[in-house]
Design a protein around this ligand. Sequence first.
Ligand SMILES: [Zn+2]
Length: 273
Amino acid sequence: MTGVCAQSFIMNKENKENKENKENKEFDITVPGNKIALGHLHPLTQTKKRVEEIFQTMGFSIVEGPDMETEWYNFDALNIPKNHPARDLWDTFYLKNGLLLRTHTSPVQIRYLEKNNLPLRIIVPGNVFRREATNASHEFQLFQIEGLMVDKKISVANLKAIVGEFFRRFFEKDVKFRLKPDYFPFTEPSFDIGISCLVCRERGCPACKGSGWMEVAGAGMVHPNVFKNSGLIPKDWQGWAFGFGLERLTMLKYKINDIRLFRSGDLKFLQQF
Ligand SMILES: [Zn+2]
C-alpha cells in the first residue's frame, strides 16, 4: 500500500466511524424507554376475588341479587316490620320508582331460599347503600359479602369454624376474633364478629375508633320468620348467616386507616396495590 492510499484509507475509516457515531447518538440503547402504563385490579376487587376463592373451596356457591330492591325483600321478609325501630338502623335511599337501594345483601337470602332446594351454602357479594355521613370508618356505599348456610343441624359452632377458617386463609395467619352479642331482626341469637385491629395491634387508632377491635361482620342464626317468609317450615331447618364488610377486611389486610380512600380515585393510593 502506498502512502497516499494508506492515508485515504485512514480518512475513509474515520469518516465511516464518525457517521456511525452520529447514527448511534440518535439511537442510544441505554436511555430508558417510555413506561407503558398498565392497569390493575382495584384493591377491593382483589379482596372480593380472594374471599370468593376461599369460600368456593369450602363448598359455597356465589350468588348475586339486584341493587334496587323492594321494601318486602329489604325489610319485611327479613322480619323488620313497618314502623319497627330496627328500620332506623339502616338509613335508606328511597327511589322515585318506589324501590330502594338495598341497605344490605340479606334480601338475597330470601330470594335464594324461595327458589332453591335445601341444604345450601352460598355467599353473596354486592354493593349496599346507607344514607350516612362519611368519616374514616363510614361510607355511604359499601361492598358486602353475605354468607348463608342452611341444613338440618347447623349451630353457632359451624359458624365459628367456617369464619375462623376463612380468617386464617384470608390473613394467612392466626388472627384473634370474637363473637359479641348483638341484635339483628333476621337472626336469633345475633352476633357482632370482631377481629383484633391489625392496623394498630389493639393500641387504638381511627380505623377501630380507638377500641383496638374492628367489627367486620354481623352474624347469627337464621330467624324462624325468615324461613317462614321464604315459604319454608321453620322447624325443619336451621342455618346461620353473616354479612362481611369488604372494605373493613381490606383495611385490616393492608393496614389502611381511612375507608374513604377506596373510592377517592387517588392514583397514588391505588398504585400501591
Ligand atoms: Zn386500630
